[in-house]
Ligand binder design. Structure first.
Ligand code: DX5
Ligand code: ZN
Length: 219
């Protein structure tokens, strides 16, 4: 792909200085800000909620790519939309009615994404792909940063790339988990066009962010 976008995950940022960290990755060339929302129920970790998303909103004009790892899901969509999310991505397992959840996100005027866990088949997208703006392939089990890339997800990315191209709609194909200088080019070759990276963006501290992001972009 000509234009790969980099979405640093603030999960690996310094949570005590989150506003500054968001400004730093913005300055360093981040395309989107990836916000991992975890509830200690859908995934075994707890992070941040809509209040923090709202507090961060004035710190950048870059799109907020909000990845919801929470269940139930529908009750929180309005709050994240109001807090300033641009894309809201949900997991099919997080609620009983994925199609309805997608419609709700779109009716709030936001871009809708669907995220697939490593064990969740691409087939899950068959009846919703045409409705959504983004597919997020999890290349680790969600919950924590710093895990190793799961190889089998490259096949899933390839399969979804084919489906998207066949459909001919501008749907983003994003990959999340274990993305570094080695796995990034492989995910891109498989068809991903948005890379989420936590550890690989934030390692080395603020002075390294620009070079870290450049390296992921492969330029
Ligand atoms: C995992 C999150 C990821 C995570 C990626 O549940 O969805 O966004 O922050 O972290 P790294 O890039 O360190 O694997
Ligand atoms: Zn994520």
């Amino acid at each position: 792909q000509a234009s790969v976008r980099i979405a640093p995950s603030i999960l690996s940022a310094d949570f005590a200085r989150l506003g500054e960290e968001v400004r730093a990755i913005d300055d360093a060339g981040a395309d989107w800000i990836h916000v991992d929302v975890m509830d200690g129920h859908f995934v075994p970790n707890i992070t941040i909620g809509p209040m923090v998303v709202k507090a961060l909103r004035p710190h950048t004009t870059k799109p907020f790519d909000v990845h919801l790892m929470i269940s139930p899901i529908d009750a929180y969509l309005d709050a994240f939309a109001e807090a300033g999310a641009d894309t809201i991505t949900v997991h099919p397992e997080a609620g009983p009615h994925l199609h309805r959840t997608i419609q709700r996100i779109k009716s709030l005027g936001k871009r809708a994404g669907v995220s697939l866990n490593p064990a969740t088949p691409a087939k899950m997208l068959d009846y919703v792909l045409e409705e959504i703006d983004l597919v997020l392939v999890m290349s680790v089990n969600p919950g924590f940063g710093g895990q190793s890339f799961i190889e089998s997800q490259l096949r899933k990315i390839e399969a979804i790339r084919k489906q998207i191209d066949k459909l001919g709609k501008p749907i983003d194909l994003e990959v999340d988990g274990g993305i570094d200088r080695t796995t990034a080019p492989r995910a891109i070759a498989a068809g991903a066009d948005v890379l989420v990276a936590g550890t690989a963006t934030f390692k080395g501290g603020p002075s390294a962010y620009a070079e870290n992001i450049r390296a992921l972009r492969g330029s």
